[in-house]
Design a protein around this ligand. Structure first.
Ligand SMILES: Cc1cc2nc3c(=O)[nH]c(=O)nc-3n(C[C@H](O)[C@H](O)[C@H](O)COP(=O)(O)OP(=O)(O)OC[C@H]3O[C@@H](n4cnc5c(N)ncnc54)[C@H](O)[C@@H]3O)c2cc1C
Length: 372
């Protein structure tokens, strides 16, 4: 089987790797460089807590693969299962956390509840005013700069062709499949997998599938390096989006943070998302609630990335509803980093076997037209 994968972010490179592992002849076409879209901008959170329940089977599948990534890809992609703590500052959020924990248990996610003294003993310096927290010990983080190139290299070793800097001139359905004409050559295959991220809805529209997708940029920042003290990824349970910050400390010592600030709107042409410095003070106030010591530290960089958001915050994944041989995996709505390896594996299974052991029904491309 021949497959063209269009878009070389985490979803495209992971799909190319797992397709090649299943024996497909793969051509991955990226119009820029591998991994330079939303993937490289990611905060790097490998978090299951708070996910939509129907996404948990895919998240579990993905977490298992993150755990195998170094061995599978032959390189350290800095996945660290150092845990994910979400602090709680008010009774309403405690109620929300408990309700989520109970609902998520049958879906295979076990959250520990920590009290004030346990937070202080296990995680000194975090959230001094927190009244409780949830803790997910097997979650953690990975390096957003490494993962897509690592999947692409591993796919290449399995025989996949990787085409970068390709200006797409034409995508056509032919009698035998698909033809993609680019500045780097013309490619043909039986199947086409659309992993074009925030640009995925444009590809789908070429096949008569109108999907409402909003391109937005979450804003991140990073501090100077400090001694490495904070092991888990830190977040919050809150109903107030102005408080919804998160942070983690990388092993080199820098503290990366995000959340709280509104996501900036992004024009898909050219698709460059720029951080808005006026949003930084609000963001830092929210981060300081989780880690007061941040007030003593210099911020050295802020950035943003172009991500595709769906209105129900669930991705589009699975077969096209209009075109035989076309598949989609895009619109990961700000939380695709954790899912990436699982998405690649699940899409490769679906394309090569016509079935998928992980339920993908909630992510159907035609759910918007069916709801109308
Ligand atoms: C700032 C930020 C922080 C985030 N933090 C987290 C996090 O902590 N945890 C988490 O789980 N998720 C996070 N996410 C979300 C996550 O990073 C994304 O969901 C994920 O990386 C999406 O991967 P992708 O492959 O679908 O998209 P991308 O990485 O955007 O890849 C799509 C690729 O398709 C290419 N392309 C577009 N059109 C075409 C075309 N016509 N032909 C060929 N190529 C094309 C683009 O150039 C791009 O390289 C974050 C996102 C952002 C922006």
């Amino acid at each position: 089987m021949d497959v063209i994968v269009l878009g070389g972010g985490l979803m495209g490179t992971a799909s190319a790797y797992f397709l090649a592992r299943r024996g497909a002849r793969v051509t991955l076409i990226e119009r820029n460089r591998i991994g330079t879209g939303a993937t490289v901008a990611s905060f790097g959170n490998i978090r299951r807590t708070g996910r939509h329940l129907s996404q948990l089977p895919l998240a579990h599948r993905s977490l298992k693969l993150w755990g195998e990534a170094d061995k599978m890809l032959g390189r350290d992609v800095e996945f660290r299962a150092s845990g994910h703590i979400r602090l709680i500052f008010d009774e309403g959020s405690l109620t929300d956390m408990r309700a989520y924990a109970e609902a998520a248990r049958p879906w295979g996610l076990e959250l520990e509840e920590l009290g004030q003294s346990e937070i202080r003993a296990r995680f000194p310096g975090l959230g001094p005013d927190a009244i409780a927290a949830s803790f997910s010990p097997h979650d953690g983080s990975g390096n957003p700069r490494l993962i897509a190139p690592a999947f692409a290299e591993a796919a290449l070793k399995l025989g996949a062709a990787i085409v970068e800097d390709a200006k797409i001139e034409r995508i056509e359905r032919t009698d035998s499949g698909f033809l993609v004409a680019t500045s780097e050559g013309t490619f043909a295959a039986e199947c086409l997998l659309n992993t074009a991220g925030a640009w995925g809805a444009r590809i789908a529209a070429q096949f008569g599938e109108e999907i409402p997708l909003d391109a937005r940029g979450p804003q991140m920042g990073v501090t100077e390096p400090l001694p490495h003290r904070i092991l888990p990824v830190v977040g919050i349970w809150t109903r107030d989006k102005d408080h919804g910050a998160y942070l983690r400390q990388v092993e080199r010592g820098n503290i990366v943070f995000g959340g709280a600030a509104e996501r900036v709107p992004v024009d898909l042409d050219p698709g460059h998302a720029a951080a808005d410095p006026t949003r930084l003070p609000l963001q830092l106030r929210a981060v300081a609630r989780l880690l007061p010591a941040i007030a003593q530290v210099a911020i050295i960089r802020t950035w943003c990335g172009c991500e595709g958001y769906m209105r129900d915050m669930l991705p589009v994944m699975g077969r096209s509803a209009t075109t035989e041989g076309l598949f989609h995996a895009f619109g990961f709505s700000g939380h695709g980093f954790q899912l990436g390896p699982g998405v690649g594996d699940a899409m490769a299974e679906l394309i090569t076997t016509d079935r998928c052991e992980t339920p993908l029904d909630d992510f159907r491309v035609d759910r918007f037209s069916r709801a109308a």
